[in-house]
Structures are given as structure tokens and as C-alpha cells.
Design a binder for this molecule. Structure first.
Ligand SMILES: [Zn+2]
Length: 308
């Protein structure tokens, strides 16, 4: 008598191993929409992708746009006032609603350089965002500063109720910067991640904190969301694949972190750690050549010193 139970066990093992072997190729075969400009993700929700072909830097810098029947919310402002003006023109071609709020998710210049273009809106950012931005623009005139600095700061979270939408602005902790913030709209299952999500790119962590960054991603993953909008990189054509993309980003941070930790445990110096680490599985990601060493050095310091 053939052992039916054993037969089924073998079948199930075959199916599981086939699925597992297909999984990485499925993820790497994701198709991306590589066009720039303003795109609709779902009714009322947009992302503006600004392309940058400079070698070694992120291929796109993305800012969010939410349109409600009581006005528009813009998330981040791009690197320069010229780019921010183009974004604003695209928004005004798409809707007659006024822009009422600017939410900033990071103080870094590629996302705040155009703030002054939104001087007529209510500007919101984390309290650490205000401190970091003040340092960046300390040589500006008081009038310029007023155009760029937030009118409203928050510590843990702040919620806007606009046009029937609940727009949650949530501090993620020190992850990529000192002030990483995400914007989540529960009813529409979409979350704008800012610079805590590099889609299909190797992340820059020159002043970030790998452990806290991984925790920030884990916190975002608990949200009941279908679309995770990256601050960097193109989005997959199937927007539901953004959740897998976020997990893939977490895995990069985890692998670099663990590789550095292994070197630290052997007593290696910072430069020995840089020479010892090669992660060929991530070479396909834009930014790898330059960003790997930056990440290794930063994580080495994170693991061996007390970072502010
Ligand atoms: Zn940044």
C-alpha cells in the first residue's frame, strides 16, 4: 500500500519549494513606471516624481499631493524653488482647489529647497524638522525664513480633517533623518513614507540610524495600507507591490547592519570594515556604488559610539 500521507507531504514540499524559488524572481521582475512628473495613484492621491540623472544619486525625488473638496495638501517641496514652481503649476492645471497645507516629512534640502513657493500655505513639520531646517537656513533673511519654516510643529502625531478625509501625520523617530514623518490616510489605505522608503534603490544613510530606520519601516508595515509611496525611486506598475518594495528596503538595511555588526565583533576598524564588506546581491540597486560605503561607515559609528 502506498503511503498516501507521505505522498501528500512530498507534494506539499514540492509546491512550497517551487513557490519559494519563484519568489525572488517575481520580486525582481516587478515592472516599474519610469516616467516623471505628476501621477495619479488613486482618485485624490498623487505623487510628483522629479528625475535626477546625476550618477550616484537617487533617480527620483518624490513629493505627495492630496486633493480634497476643501483644498489641497502638498507633502514636501523638492530641491529648488524652480522645481517646486513646476510642481505647483502641474497641481493648478489638475485642480482648481487651493493649496492649503504643506507637510514636510524630512528637513533634507532635496525635499525642502522649494518651501518658499508654499509660503501662502500652513506649513507643518515635526519639532526636530524645525530645528534641523533652522540650521540649514540660518543665513537667510528673516523674511525668507518666515516663508520656509513651519507654522505648526508636533511631537508624536497631528491629524488634519479636510474634505471628509482624516490625514494622520505621524512621527517615525530618527530613521533617515532626525525628523522622519509619514502621512497616512486610513480610509483610503495609502501612506506617504518620505525618505524612509527608497523604492528599488540603495538607501542613503549618511546621518540616519539603521536600527531605528528598520523599526520605522516595521511600524509602517503594521498599517492597514495598500499603497506605500516612496520618497525616492520609481513606483511599481502594480501599486500593491509597494508593500513588498518596502520589505525589500528593510532587508537591505538589515543585511548591511548585520554585515557591519559581524566585523565589529571581530574588532575590525572602520576602514577594515569598509574593505571587508561587499553585498553583491544589492549591486542592481541604483546608488549602491556610492551609498554602500556611506552606509557601512555610518552603521559602524552607530554600533561603536553614541550618536547624537
Ligand atoms: Zn535625505
Amino acid at each position: 500500500m502506498p503511503d498516501i500521507a507521505a505522498f501528500f507531504r512530498i507534494c506539499i514540499a514540492c509546491i512550497v519549494s517551487t513557490i519559494l524559488s519563484l519568489l525572488p524572481s517575481y520580486l525582481s521582475a516587478q515592472e516599474f513606471d519610469r516616467s516623471h512628473g505628476l501621477k495619479e495613484l488613486k482618485p485624490g492621491y498623487y505623487v510628483y516624481l522629479h528625475g535626477d540623472d546625476t550618477p550616484g544619486v537617487s533617480s527620483t525625488f518624490n513629493n505627495g499631493v492630496i486633493v480634497t473638496n476643501e483644498g489641497v495638501v502638498v507633502i514636501d517641496t523638492q530641491r529648488t524653488e524652480a522645481i517646486a514652481s513646476r510642481v505647483r503649476e502641474s497641481i493648478s492645471r489638475m485642480t482648481s482647489q487651493p493649496i492649503r497645507f504643506l507637510i514636510s516629512t524630512t528637513p533634507h534640502v532635496p525635499f525642502t529647497g522649494g518651501n518658499a513657493i508654499y509660503a501662502d500655505t500652513i506649513k507643518i513639520g515635526h519639532e526636530n524638522y524645525r530645528i534641523s531646517l533652522l540650521k540649514l537656513i540660518e543665513k537667510n533673511s528673516p523674511e525668507e525664513m518666515k516663508k520656509k519654516l513651519p507654522n505648526q510643529t508636533f511631537r508624536e502625531r497631528l491629524t488634519l480633517y479636510l474634505g471628509g478625509k482624516e490625514i494622520q501625520i505621524i512621527y517615525l523617530g530618527k530613521a533617515h533623518s532626525q525628523a522622519d514623518t509619514m502621512v497616512f490616510i486610513p480610509e483610503d489605505r495609502i501612506v506617504y513614507m518620505g525618505e524612509t522608503f527608497y523604492s528599488n534603490e540603495f538607501p542613503y544613510i549618511s546621518e540616519g540610524y539603521s536600527s531605528k530606520w528598520m523599526q520605522a519601516i516595521e511600524a509602517a508595515e503594521t498599517l492597514k495600507a495598500d499603497i506605500f509611496v516612496p520618497g525616492h525611486g520609481f513606483l511599481p506598475k502594480n501599486l500593491k507591490d509597494t508593500r513588498a518594495g518596502l520589505r525589500s528596503h528593510w532587508q537591505i538595511l538589515k543585511d548591511v547592519h548585520d554585515a557591519v555588526q559581524k566585523q565589529v565583533a571581530t574588532g575590525a576598524s572602520e576602514s577594515e570594515t569598509v574593505s571587508a564588506i561587499d553585498l553583491p546581491q544589492f549591486k542592481k540597486f541604483k546608488g549602491y556604488e556610492r551609498a554602500l560605503e556611506i552606509a557601512v561607515r555610518r552603521i559602524y559609528r552607530e554600533l561603536t559610539t553614541k550618536l547624537p
